[in-house]
Design a protein around this ligand. Structure first.
Ligand code: SAM
Length: 271
């Protein structure tokens, strides 16, 4: 069997008993055109390596393989493995399936240099993103193209002075460039989730300053932990925090959400 002869995804789901489990964040995409559109976001994939988290019945995996990628896919739900084995057989060596929890994988080892493309389980999406953004730099991944709840996508790309601006925006923007590629309505998923989703594309850049990411995390946690307060109050518990504000030339009466990403990096560098 080749990729073109594979049975429809609905049939695969029925035959392998893949009733969606909420605990595994399972909301499947079955529309081939939409899946091809997601696979186009990272650019041409022919001959590239793609790392997919949560292939499930394999809809997005099919689209990635159609685009000519070599795919390594990590799936936690053992029920999906026979369906993925059929897909791997049809893919003729282009698909490697890893059974297990994506949070426990040595992704930098098994997918070094890969583009990440995933319809992430919403319950671990942010944890995976933060892990990928806070690892050694330059990162092991060439780009991240992931589905998030629209509200999370807005927090990733948020600008200073907006309600969505916070720790996730700073971590996503200080040495990466994120953008929302497009929204995906609830009805596109089986079963539909309760909210709209969005595909986010992130590419890494050079950091403006070589600072320990842990320092930036501590700073943003303190600053946004009390986002309505002036920085002179919210940073009081952070050792060296007030001095670092002065060293970076930041008025301590400002609030966290008014600082640009560059200003956060300057304060973290002074810390
Ligand atoms: N890629 C498929 C699609 O687009 O239709 C399924 C996406 S569904 C939103 C999320 C997938 O992630 C499910 O197949 C689920 O079993 C899997 N998953 C959930 N938690 C996981 C984890 N910790 N590690 C790996 N896969 C996980």
């Amino acid at each position: 069997m080749t990729l073109a002869d594979l049975p429809p995804l609905r049939e695969v789901i029925a035959r392998h008993g893949l009733a969606a489990k909420k605990s595994l964040g399972q909301n499947f995409l079955l529309d081939g055109n939409l899946l091809d559109r997601i696979a186009r976001v990272p650019g041409p994939l022919a001959g590239t390596h793609v790392y997919e988290v949560g292939p499930g019945p394999g809809g997005l995996t099919r689209a990635l393989l159609r685009a000519g990628a070599r795919v390594t896919a990590v799936e936690r739900d053992h029920r999906a493995l026979p369906a993925l084995a059929e897909l791997a057989a049809a893919a003729d060596g282009a698909l490697t399936v890893v059974a297990g929890d994506a949070l426990a994988q040595d992704d930098a080892g098994i997918a070094a240099g890969a583009r990440v493309v995933a319809n992430l389980p919403y319950n671990i999406g942010t944890a995976l993103l933060v892990r990928w953004l806070t690892g050694p730099w330059p990162p092991w991944w060439a780009s991240l193209t992931c589905m998030f709840q629209r509200e999370v996508a807005e927090r990733i790309v948020a600008a200073p002075g907006t309600a969505a601006y916070g720790r996730l925006a700073v971590l996503s923007q200080w040495r990466s460039i994120p953008r929302i590629a497009f929204d995906v309505p609830r009805q596109a998923f089986t079963p539909p989730p309760s909210v709209t989703s969005a595909v986010v594309h992130i590419i890494p850049t050079s950091p403006p300053a070589e600072i320990p990411v842990a320092m930036l995390e501590r700073l943003t946690a303190a600053a946004f932990g009390q986002r309505r307060k002036m920085l002179r109050a919210s940073l009081r518990a952070l050792p060296g925090g007030i001095g670092a504000l002065a060293a970076a030339g930041i008025d301590p009466s400002r609030r966290a959400e008014t600082l640009t990403v560059a200003e956060f990096v300057a304060v973290a560098a002074a810390l």
